[in-house]
Design a binder for this molecule. Structure first.
Ligand code: FAD
Length: 431
């Protein structure tokens, strides 16, 4: 499931509609730099771009292709806040720290706004997102979330919709209400990722593809990172390998992979829909997620396909499973063809909190975005860059979050993920 080394992009709708063609060389000679980043997804490219904009000499090592991982396959929904609900942060860390975290989650959306504009990235970035409630009790969760955002943080971009208001915009009658947020949004994740990679290259970052990091040695002032063919010496190292971190030997991640539980998620893309049909599904350009624990998420693409995703355990006939999930929401699509289907691991943590930090003074990591990585990768990149540049006060806020670890090897983790998913399925049904 987590094999990445020397792979090409998988076959997705995004891959077929990419608008930038980048091929970068393998690392074949020993090189030095100030910062080496492992992983050319949104996280790794964000930190590289932030540092290159400040004049740092940066090398990115990617084991497969730019955007090969979650960043090039995701639902593309950029959602503010955190997966586990900001009220938990108030209980754990107090109102001041929770407010800082909330504001940083809004900054994560601003970062997309700014980068799309500054680097003219063509990635169909569109605002508007709704969380949907499948029953009255879960509508109460949305009411509480809206109240917390407004009362505690003064956030005014959310509107609660009852069933009738929701149905003015969404052609499904299985939900009983929604929380609409006009600031969150969605984009074509691979084109955003490739746009960031191009901005990095233009700013002088050297990116090497098909160059998996296989070993590293951490010294007091230099880190040596080995690939199959050569070696990079750097003052700082950033591990931005997301769920794939669990495939690395422990000496490379020093145990930090223990917080990540990769959960498989799948997406299908329909054939392009005529404008009337597309409008009858979603008529205001928003993307949506329900608020189940194992959730459905969907949106229309720029060419009017329905991109429909669900968290699920992998089965041989995933396209059919996903089609059935889609028809529960939109039975009117019975005769519509499914043209693409793909999946990938989402980097969940047990308590759905993001995990950013250091495993040595000069070695940083960021993962565990728990379904909010489209936005939070930009923030992680920025605050790790700030720390490398000498100001770690925002990184320390994230380091203070408690993220539980799962002990045991990959089989124990796989078993824990399966048990967790079945438990979530049970809660989703009866909660
Ligand atoms: C199907 C799916 C749907 C999703 N939907 C959403 C969504 O709608 N909204 C949202 O916010 N999030 C979503 N996510 C999660 C989101 O995509 C991720 O959190 C985010 O992209 C993480 O970015 P990243 O750069 O950390 O990781 P990735 O994009 O996975 O990049 C990590 C890279 O590191 C490389 N790598 C790993 N190990 C090595 C090594 N040893 N040497 C060199 N390279 C290495 C990998 O090849 C990979 O390219 C989804 C994920 C999936 C899989």
């Amino acid at each position: 499931m987590l094999a990445f080394s020397h792979q090409e992009h998988i076959d997705t709708y995004y891959y077929h509609t990419r608008n930038i063609y980048l091929r970068q060389p393998e690392l074949r000679e020993n090189l030095s730099c100030e910062v080496c980043v492992i992983g050319a997804g949104l996280g790794g490219l964000s930190v590289a771009l932030e540092l290159a904009e400040q004049g740092k000499n940066v090398i990115v090592l990617e084991g497969a292709r730019i955007g090969f991982g979650a960043s090039g396959r995701s639902g593309g929904q950029a959602i503010n806040g955190f997966e586990d609900g900001i009220d938990e942060y108030v209980d754990e860390l107090g109102i001041e720290t929770a407010r800082k975290l909330w504001n940083m989650s809004l900054e994560a959306i601003d970062i997309i706004d700014q980068r799309v504009a500054k680097y003219a990235i063509q990635c169909d970035w569109k605002k508007g997102y709704a969380t949907l409630a499948l029953n009255e009790r879960r509508l109460q969760d949305l009411i509480a979330a809206e109240k917390a955002a407004e009362d505690l943080f003064g956030y005014k971009n959310m509107q609660l919709w009852d069933k009738a208001q929701l149905q003015r915009h969404l052609g499904s009658d299985i939900y009983c209400g929604a929380l609409f947020d006009s600031n969150s949004g969605h984009l074509h994740p691979l084109n955003y990722c490739l746009g960031l990679a191009k901005a990095c290259l233009d700013a002088g970052v050297r990116i090497f593809e098909q160059s998996p990091a296989t070993d590293m040695r951490i010294g007091a002032d230099k880190v040596r990172i080995k690939t199959d063919r050569a070696e990079v010496r750097a003052d700082h190292l950033v591990l931005s390998t997301n769920a794939y971190i669990t495939a690395l030997p422990k000496r490379l991640h020093k145990g930090t992979a223990r917080t990540v539980l990769p959960v498989e998620s799948f997406i299908i893309a329909t054939e392009p829909l005529d404008q009337r049909t597309a409008d009858s599904l979603i008529n205001n350009g928003m993307s949506v997620c329900d608020n189940n624990l194992l959730l459905d998420y969907y949106r229309l693409s720029a060419d009017n396909r329905l991109l429909f995703g669900s968290d699920s355990s992998g089965k041989a006939n995933m396209k059919q499973v996903m089609r059935r999930n889609m028809l529960k929401v939109f039975p009117q699509l019975e005769d519509v063809r499914i043209e693409y289907g793909w999946g990938g691991p989402i980097d969940m943590t047990i308590n759905a909190k993001p995990h950013f930090g250091r495993i040595a003074p000069n070695v940083y990591f960021a993962h565990g975005y728990s379904g909010h990585g489209i936005a939070l990768t930009g923030l992680a990149g920025r605050i790790i860059a700030e720390s490398i540049l000498g100001d770690d006060h925002r990184l320390r806020v994230f380091e203070s979050l408690k993220v539980p670890v799962v002990y045991g090897g990959k089989w124990i983790k796989r078993a824990a993920t399966l048990v967790g998913m079945n438990y979530y399925r049970f809660l989703d049904k009866y909660r």
